[in-house]
Design a protein around this ligand. Structure first.
Ligand SMILES: C[S@@+](CC[C@H](N)C(=O)[O-])C[C@H]1O[C@@H](n2cnc3c(N)ncnc32)[C@H](O)[C@@H]1O
Length: 434
């Protein structure tokens, strides 16, 4: 069944006035971008309220908003940035002006409590900007959505132009979703910018896919792994933005993800219980790129790694937040089979209403991350596998945490035997019997 929203989403063709903002019908405001929207006034207000509490879904450099004060007409919120070391939190007043209550137009005004020169890079360099809805004269089912600035100066920075257009696009979509009561099944691209992700994926695909598929020396289907790992590498590159973190890929399997990330200039390596035939080609002259090691998670730390990755890393997945906490690292895991901390699949999960087993398992992994002091975030990856939820831990509370209960729960963990070891065991048994 076609997605009912897709057709409406396709109507996005905004008029952009970055070079020459047009004077609005309200004094002091200048139109920078506008788009007709097949949505009601009610949908506009629902969208505006959502933007107040969830700006991170519209402006990627923001991690979240903390609401400091709230009334029907005004909200004071603190925008918390993702890159805490680089950007400061920004206090902002959001004013709701409703035509029904005597305002000239339905308008939401965003006013930062900061001088223009000190505004963060992602914020328009103005004293205020606003989102406006003007109902169509002949229908109350549609209207005009506008972004207006409290300045008539042109916006010449192309990155800011792109950001403003993206904001309008996102709000346009939300208005449509609010109108048709649309609920997305999976929330993709929550932590990365969708367009940047798509561009990165296309670039990596063009650069690596055909050669990797041609030279695949494993018995597995190259297409499944190549496109999946290109997608995961693209996602991580977008998540890391301009930073160049170091990483360790735990349970790296065929090593493809490690190969892609290091080929893109990120420093790191992969670890797995068993080596793979393809490692020889992927390593080339980098002997330490992929390493054989049976990890005992309770005694494993990687203080040198900025990020620990666990892509479908089976029994290592629930341990990775713990290893990351002890290593002072961030982590990204894509849970798969339902392993507990003891390395078995005997975990008893209690899915909440509407939750499947896989979602319940991801909740379990998130709860471990929370106990480790992380504020875990979640996203859905665009990969062929149905196990496509990723949990990211990149923010940790400063308060000390006690990991002893988690470690005790996993005290009986024993690393599995590699296929080679299992085969040797089998042969030994046969020899004994004959
Ligand atoms: C399902 S595979 C995933 C491999 C790879 N990340 C991928 O997505 O293609 C899980 C991997 O975790 C590895 N693994 C499981 N327990 C491990 C341990 N204790 N130490 C090292 N590797 C382990 C397994 O050998 C296996 O290669």
């Amino acid at each position: 069944m076609p997605d009912p929203a897709s057709e409406l989403f396709g109507q996005f063709e905004p008029t952009l006035r970055f070079e020459k903002p047009l004077e609005s019908n309200e004094a002091g405001w200048y139109i920078i971008a506008e788009q007709s929207v097949p949505s009601t006034l009610a949908a506009f207000w629902q969208t505006a309220m959502q933007w107040t509490t969830e700006p991170q879904h519209v402006i990627p450099p923001i991690e979240k908003a903390e609401i400091l004060e709230e009334s029907d007409q005004k909200v004071r919120r603190l925008l918390i940035p993702r890159r805490k070391a680089k950007d400061a939190p920004l206090e902002e007043v959001v004013e709701y002006c409703r035509a029904a209550e005597g305002c000239p137009t339905d308008r939401v005004i965003y006013r930062p409590n900061e001088k223009v020169g000190n505004l963060p890079f992602y914020y328009p360099k103005v004293e205020a900007y606003s989102l406006v809805y003007i109902p169509d004269a002949d229908s109350n089912e549609s209207g005009l959505l506008r972004l207006e600035l409290a300045s008539n100066e042109s916006v010449s920075d192309t990155k800011m132009q792109y950001a403003l257009k993206t904001v309008l696009h996102k709000l346009f979509k939300w208005c449509i979703q609010a109108r048709i009561g649309y609920k997305k099944k999976a929330h993709h691209d929550v932590l990365v910018d969708k367009d940047t992700y798509t561009q990165t994926y296309q670039r990596l695909k063009a650069k690596y896919a055909s050669e990797l598929i041609r030279n695949w020396s494993e018995k597995t289907d190259p297409k499944k792994f190549v496109f999946e790992d290109i997608a995961i590498a693209s996602y991580l590159i977008c998540l890391w933005e301009e930073s160049r973190p170091t990483f360790v890929d735990l349970g790296c399997g065929n090593g493809l993800l490690t190969y892609l990330l290091t080929s893109e200039g990120y420093e790191g390596y992969g670890v797995d219980i068993a080596d793979r035939k393809i490692w020889v080609e992927l390593k080339g002259d980098r002997a330490n790129l992929l390493r054989v090691e049976a990890l005992r998670p309770s005694s494993t730390v990687y203080p040198e790694a900025d990020w620990l990755i666990g892509n479908h890393a089976d029994e290592l997945v629930p341990w990775i937040p713990i290893i990351a906490a002890k290593s002072q690292s961030n982590f990204m895991v894509i849970p798969c089979c339902l392993y507990g901390l003891d390395g078995t699949k005997k975990l008893v999960l209690k899915p909440t209403a509407g939750e499947g087993k896989y979602e319940a398992y991801t909740s379990y992994v998130k709860s471990i991350a929370t106990q480790c002091g992380f504020e875990p975030e979640q996203d859905h990856l665009r990969i062929p596998s149905t196990k496509n939820i990723t949990i990211v831990g990149r923010n940790r509370k400063d308060t000390p945490v006690d990991l002893s209960a988690l470690e005790a729960a996993g005290a009986s963990f024993v690393p599995r035997l590699s296929d080679r070891e299992k085969e040797e065991q089998r042969r030994r048994k046969i020899r004994k019997l004959t």
